[in-house]
Design a protein around this ligand. Sequence first.
Ligand code: GLC
Length: 429
Amino acid sequence: MPITESSTRARATLARNHRTGHSQLAARRYEFTCPSPDSYPFQWAWDSSFHAIALTHLDTRRASAELRSLLSAATPTGFLPHMVLWQDDLRPTATADFRIDLWEGWRSVTIAPPVVAHAVERVHRATGDGLWLSRVLPTTLAFFDWLHTHRTDPGTGLLEIHQPDESGLDSSPKYDAALGLDPLDEKTVRRAWHTSMRELITDYATPTRTPESPLRERRRFVWIDVLLNTVYADGLASLARLARTAGLPERTSRQLAERSHAIGAALLRHCWDETAGAFHDLDLVAGRRSEVLTASALFPILLDSVPTAVANRVIEEHLLNEKEFWRPYPVPSVAATEPSYDPEFRTGAIFRGSSWVNLNWYLHRGLRRHGYHAEAATLAERTCALVAASDTRECYGPEDAAGHGARSFGWSSLVLDLAAPSTEPTEEH
Ligand code: GLC
């Protein structure tokens, strides 16, 4: 039984990766679930949001604590970092291991896809705890305001990122051209990516760098990422519902809902490719679309503001296309028709073809939203089969279910949510 087996493995991972303590440098207590004890020992923002959603099925106290710890790392300006390096003893080696620039010594200056708003909504729905919501909602709203103020590209109205890892999709081949990498050189692509990232970070690293530094003016990497913008619009829709639940003025809720719709509309206007039937990222430095077909090109099927006819084309022509994404263990992070498709993890670089539980979790929601219930059930079942076969790994082979990358990997425990009856919030709630 893949579902039972995968749930057992997810539970064990969430227990193993639990971390609590007191950080001297940050001067506060923490409680979170690390993505992987060996590879990723700190708190990562979108990972933690997925962990909290998985934990709603196991331990709602922990789910609530996970998000409180994460949001306690927000800065007074509203910025929420991708990485929070709580542990004083582990921190010294981290800057050598990861390509990061830190703010006040313990948080990254980079963002992650803002999954946190949807996670707050899910945890609140599981607990009904109004006091907890009153504590976390202002910080979450402030972060979304921060994104709006500091990361909106005036030309498109969409959020921009300044490093590939801000989308969470680090080595996706969609960034190869902008980073000057040869996508087909399997042996060197991973090393070349690291070299290119180090150059970028060194270039950005001034003693006065803050999360608000206007990096777009440097014209090094300015990118509109479809996945990140979809997650943002989804989060704004969650916040609109939460604002109403929390009794905030009606205009706050209305403005959030409008912003969510505006992002969906801007994705359609600027990223939708009518010929290809897919959404493409924009490279604002080169002034062109990135046409590499990756799983993020499918993400807007999640949004209410994307017309059904558009979503159906994405689903029928790509997601359910056996030559591209509907492989034996879907959904590969890169279409199987792309020359850079790396299903066996030969490059050792992430998001170059492997299947990922968090991407599947989103696309499962998108399929359900458009009435593809049987296909959504198949996707959930095959995702659980990955975890049952190869345990909670960072990513999996879309052809053979082999596990790759980090072990005891936290967000693969989202199978607990995939296996559960739908708890999808809707606009009516
Ligand atoms: C890698 C991924 C990033 C993730 C982190 C921890 O850096 O690219 O998205 O948050 O690992 O799992």
